[in-house]
Design a protein around this ligand. Structure first.
Ligand code: SIN
Length: 281
């Protein structure tokens, strides 16, 4: 690797491109720099990486244990790897909509690491929004009110839709298996404190958050709608395009993301591994 290690910010709110690093052969010093960049920028893009699946898994394991998704099937031989294949001619449906990965778990995912393989000639970008900045831009009154609230997260809407049904039936490239976690409801604070940085982040998302604790969906809707609109404001975000061999990783404890479905005629394929997280506080 002849280029010097550099972290180049993507926007004023989050995201950075990292160059001069070989993720398949990371010294502990280089790993410490990557980890520091991850905590500071929350979304990292690493162009042009030569990785096997074992390298991708090995890199992810340096951050923590890996998740085997209870609903989305991983590779048979490596269940911690999800092959995100969207065949040409089909609409994208995985990750399409603002969310943080698996906020419907008691201990939601800490981070996700994607390695791109087949990328459409245009389209198929991923959007990110900093939930640190979303929280920081609220008024003191709103921060004080949200600080006392908890919200219900559940996969029931996302994982029982018509498109999800086809995945349980095995008719699609990504397949699902039924599990109790589809209908489970879990409670998380609306504002969480990041366990490593100590910064506060908004922690609700339109894919999985359905209502506030001790309130009906109808009662919760006006404030949730406001928060969903607020937390994805363009000033809080960045948009990344993909290239084959590009790695991207993000911190689900303080970032939401959205896979853009605008490349129906083309194939897109990426491998994802997900790092286990802890209970939001
Ligand atoms: C996801 O992991 O939610 C999807 C990301 C993507 O396909 O860009």
């Amino acid at each position: 690797m002849d280029t010097e290690f550099k972290v180049i910010p993507l926007t004023g709110s989050l995201g950075a491109k990292v160059v001069g690093v070989d993720l398949a052969n990371l010294t502990s010093d280089a790993f410490d720099k990557v980890r520091a960049a991850f905590l500071e920028h929350t979304v990292l893009v690493f162009p042009d990486q030569e990785l096997t699946l074992d390298d991708q898994i090995g890199f992810a394991r340096r951050f923590g244990t890996l998740e085997i998704h209870p609903i989305v099937n991983g590779l048979e031989e490596k269940p911690e790897v999800i092959k995100m294949l969207k065949p040409a001619g089909e609409s994208a449906s995985f990750g399409v909509g603002w969310h943080t990965d698996n906020s419907f778990f008691e201990e939601p995912s800490m981070g996700s690491i994607i390695y791109a393989q087949t990328i459409p000639p245009h389209g198929g970008d991923t959007l990110f929004a900093s939930q640190y900045v979303a929280y920081e831009r609220l008024s003191d009154g709103m921060k004080a009110m949200l600080g006392g609230l908890k919200a219900i997260h559940t996969a029931k809407d996302a994982y029982t839709s018509d498109t999800a049904q086809e995945k349980y039936e095995g008719k699609t490239a990504i397949t699902y298996r039924w599990s109790d976690s589809v209908l489970k409801e879990v409670l998380h604070p609306v504002v969480r404190t990041h366990p490593e940085t100590g910064r506060k982040a908004l922690y609700v998302n339109p894919m999985f958050t359905t209502r506030f604790e001790n309130m009906t969906e109808e009662e919760s809707q006006p404030l949730l709608e406001y928060l969903f609109k607020h937390c994805t404001r363009p000033e809080f975000g960045c948009r990344i395009g993909w290239e084959p061999k590009q790695v991207a990783m993000w911190d689900n404890r303080c970032v939401m993301h959205y896979a853009v479905d605008d490349y129906k005629e083309f194939e897109r394929m990426l491998y994802r591994v997900t790092i286990n997280g802890d209970k939001p506080v």
